[in-house]
Write a protein that binds this ligand. Structure first.
Ligand code: C5P
Length: 226
């Protein structure tokens, strides 16, 4: 196959951000637009892959042509779809921003203010780690890719946190990008460092989300063994 071709590869990509309901009208969510995952899906389709985009709350205008789209809302739904598709996929990409926690109680009707002004706490429970689950269960030759949105802090740099995450998750590749201060989320250029499961740097891609998608597919395709 020509270099960069994804002809015949079966690719499943998650994109967007999961929402965890509190009641019928409220949720805990995040600011992921789904643009990076949508760009990855568009590039993969253009290179000949068979692509399913599992879209968590992605604006319909961002969904590319030429890919199958499965819509999900919650982490539990995303988990079910990704684990269902896993065995048939050649490449699994977790570009979605997944809620780490979900409310224990989901009210059946809209929560009201109390007469005495008291505020009920929201009890949270941990969601499953989908990427770690996919990485643990992967079959030989399958490529599992994750993203790590990081901010530097007193505990370490963006890359320090990324390396620790790469080792923890066990994916073949972890694309680490800096977020916050107007970077990473939304329609802005991305700077992505690609790490392997040991935390070693295997590539670096910069530019628009389309350019980052193209560069990431080059790195992913370099891992194919057949
Ligand atoms: O730990 P963190 O959320 O920063 O890890 C980011 C990577 O892990 C992303 O690829 C994201 O899709 C994935 N993830 C996941 N399940 C979770 C949390 C994150 O698959 N519960």
């Amino acid at each position: 196959t020509p270099s960069g071709s994804l002809t015949g590869r079966r690719v499943v990509i998650s994109a967007g951000g999961t929402r965890e309901p509190l009641d019928p009208v409220r949720f805990i969510g995040n600011r992921s637009s789904g643009r990076q995952g949508a760009a990855l899906a568009a590039v993969a389709a253009a290179r000949g892959a068979d692509v399913e985009l599992v879209a968590a709350n992605v604006d319909a205008a961002l969904l590319p042509d030429g890919v199958r789209v499965t819509a999900v809302e919650t982490t539990a739904e995303l988990y079910d779809v990704m684990t269902d598709r896993a065995s048939a996929a050649d490449v699994l990409v977790m570009a979605a921003a997944v809620a780490d926690f979900r409310p224990v109680q989901v009210a059946g009707s809209k929560t009201k203010k109390t007469a005495d002004g008291s505020v009920a706490p929201i009890e949270l429970t941990e969601n499953p780690d989908i990427l770690a689950t996919l990485a643990t269960g992967r079959r030989p030759g399958q490529v599992v890719v994750g993203f790590g949105a990081e901010t530097g802090d007193a505990g370490g740099s963006v890359l320090d946190h990324g390396r620790a995450k790469a080792r923890r998750k066990g994916a073949d590749l972890l694309a680490v990008n800096q977020v916050g201060n107007g970077q990473g989320f939304g329609d802005v250029p991305n700077h992505v460092v690609v790490l392997d499961a040991s935390g070693a740097e295997v590539g670096c891609v910069e530019g628009s989300k389309d350019e980052v998608a193209a560069g990431l597919w080059d790195v992913i395709a370099s891992l194919f063994t057949d």
